[in-house]
Ligand binder design. Structure first.
Ligand SMILES: Nc1ncnc2c1ncn2[C@@H]1O[C@H](COP(=O)(O)OP(=O)(O)O)[C@@H](O)[C@H]1O
Ligand SMILES: [Mg+2]
Length: 238
């Protein structure tokens, strides 16, 4: 690996995504080339239906491209199987979604614990130590007092804070967020974004962990808080 590729934590090269939908074949993404550096925040800004969520899924290794390549943390995602992608994500990648995606049958603390328990690197770490880490992540998002609440016993903003705690608990190198304020009122959304930037942000600011942040949004004001904005329109970067 040369010096320039070492400073890239995530790279997409000529990504394409085609699907066969109800009305025939559809090119959702075309010729997407993009690089993200460690600790950098990048907004992917575009209108509804422009392909943002599809792109995020490819960048995060949740979905496979029709053509092109994604390198995440130095690995070519296309060369990994499902288990390989899961292993790559464990402990290194965090997600925050518009719809929170908490598991309804688990309490807040159990939701936050899950990525720690699923990470094979922690197999020998005592359970109480993992619990303590999950608690401290909940405290970081201001929800230390809600640990035993189930998602339906929390407000939308609180659920998203639990989701942020879950995303950052294992100190990921890359944090992906897809319209993280889309289901929240403006004031709650603003607080969620503050928290996301504070917790993900550069080491030394707030409790920042130095994660790279890839934030998908249709909200220009939100996008402007990132180091860089990449615009997407009809599946093509502008
Ligand atoms: N699995 C799929 N099958 C067919 N069409 C899809 C599929 N996923 C997304 N699309 C279409 O691709 C376009 C981009 O979707 P999406 O990435 O969700 O956009 P955004 O997140 O920017 O709103 C939309 O027109 C959507 O209807
Ligand atoms: Mg979307």
């Amino acid at each position: 690996m040369d010096a320039s590729s070492q400073s890239v934590i995530l790279a997409a090269d000529r990504l394409e995504k085609h699907v066969v939908g109800p009305s025939g074949s559809l090119e959702i993404l075309r010729g997407i080339t993009l690089a993200v550096h460690p600790g950098e925040s990048v907004a992917i800004l575009g209108a509804s239906g422009s392909g943002k969520s599809t792109l995020l899924g490819l960048l995060a290794g949740l979905d496979a491209p029709s053509a092109g390549e994604v390198r995440l943390l130095g690995e070519n995602i296309g060369e990994l199987d499902e288990d390989g992608r899961a292993a790559l994500r464990a402990g290194q990648v965090g997600f925050v979604f518009q719809s929170f995606q908490l598991l309804p049958a688990l309490t807040a603390i159990e939701n936050v614990l899950l990525p720690l328990e699923l990470n094979p690197a922690h197999a020998r770490v005592p359970a109480r130590e993992l619990s303590a880490r999950a608690h401290s992540a909940l405290e970081q998002v201001g929800l230390g007092g809600r640990a035993r609440h189930y998602p339906h016993q929390l407000s939308g903003g609180e659920q998203q804070r639990v989701a942020i705690a879950r995303a950052i608990v294992d100190r990921p190198a890359v944090l992906f967020a897809d319209e993280p304020t889309g289901n929240l009122d403006a004031e709650t959304g603003a607080r969620i974004i503050d928290l996301l930037f504070e917790l993900a942000g550069p080491v030394g600011t707030g409790s920042g962990q130095g994660a790279a942040l890839v934030l998908v949004t249709h909200d220009t004001a939100l996008a402007q808080r990132c180091d860089r904005i990449v615009r997407i329109r009809d599946g093509v970067l502008a």
